[in-house]
Design a protein around this ligand. Sequence first.
Ligand code: NAD
Ligand code: TDX
Length: 340
Amino acid sequence: MSKILVTGGAGFIGSNFVRLLLDETDHEVINLDALTYAGNLENLADLESNPRYSFVRADISLRSEVEAAFSSAPDKSSPEMVVHFAAESHVDRSVLDASAFVNTNVLGTQVLIDVARARGVERFLHVSTDEVYGSLGATGKFTEQTPLQPNSPYSASKTGSDLLVRAAHHTHGFPAMITRCSNNYGPYQFPEKLIPLMIANALEGQKLPVYGDGLNVRDWIYVGDHCAALLAVLMQGKAGEVYNIGGNEERENIWVVKTILELLGKGEELIEYVKDRPGHDRRYAIDGSKIAQELGWKPAHDFAGGLRETVTWYLDNKDWWQRVRSGAYREYYKRQYGSD
Ligand code: NAD
Ligand code: TDX
């Protein structure tokens, strides 16, 4: 039984991954998270009494805080594995101000590499994105050999982090793998991203803002499938390798928005076409043959079923997203831990 340090475990994908580790493995889990606007410990409230789970509030760009998290076990022994989710993750926010993206995604990743290396971590999984490859035209898919051509400040900062991880492996033999996944959806996604935003707006009778012509394409993957792929790479992946992860479910944004309205029994008059995102990538699509062939992983959910389940989750957990939208979720940490 190893200790696994998960960074960004209070966010969307990280909290789903922490849950998977506790449910399906015997490992101990240390959740390191700074609790930015996107970090919400309510996502994991039911796990707090689990003796295999602990939380440490730390900012990955601050070495002393990362060191303390690595020594947080009762016997001070370091985690054997690290899974690195912590990041600023929203493209639109990076267009408004890129500074936090550079600080967390680039500098923070290097701090984490430095501490993990000094502590002799045996496996390091860096969770990245298909957006590092840039944008596709009408045809083709991203492979692991596709040149890196990030277009947004967010994707440029993620590319920077990928290259730092790559260099640490090349220079120091740092035992790291990189994964690049397509667009996730599912429970606990912050309602600034397309799918939860559209569900929440529709339920509250607000307009659904569709950027540009609505014909941009994303390849959607259910978050549980992404987490299962990450576990496979963490346990069986080869150090120094990159693995693409995709849902094989390409859809135009407008199709996604109309399907959500249909699932909720709402009318299309709620749709509002708005000014396009600056530099908006047209199309993403993942070639997932490497992970399928080498690790035997494939997504288990189709988009139609996964989206239905997700809409049901947001209907059943109205309180969760309403607290997020109102900011009330931030009181939870104070109540639970007695400080901001
Ligand atoms: P999220 O925004 O929901 O969560 C990010 C988490 O990181 C939050 O809990 C936040 O508090 C934490 N964090 C931010 N800055 C920090 C810092 N300086 N120190 C410590 N913790 C910090 O993001 P997400 O959607 O769950 O994405 C997780 C990771 O997966 C990111 O690295 C992202 O680039 C990558 N990814 C996301 C998607 C997607 O569709 N959401 C797809 C591919 C890859
Ligand atoms: O209000 C909106 N209207 C709209 O048309 C929002 C928020 C988005 N969109 C469009 C932009 C994109 O074409 O929907 C598509 C999806 O947008 P986002 O949910 O913001 O995701 P995206 O920009 O594709 O990036 C996501 O996938 C890759 C994640 O946020 C990243 O963290 C991940 O790396």
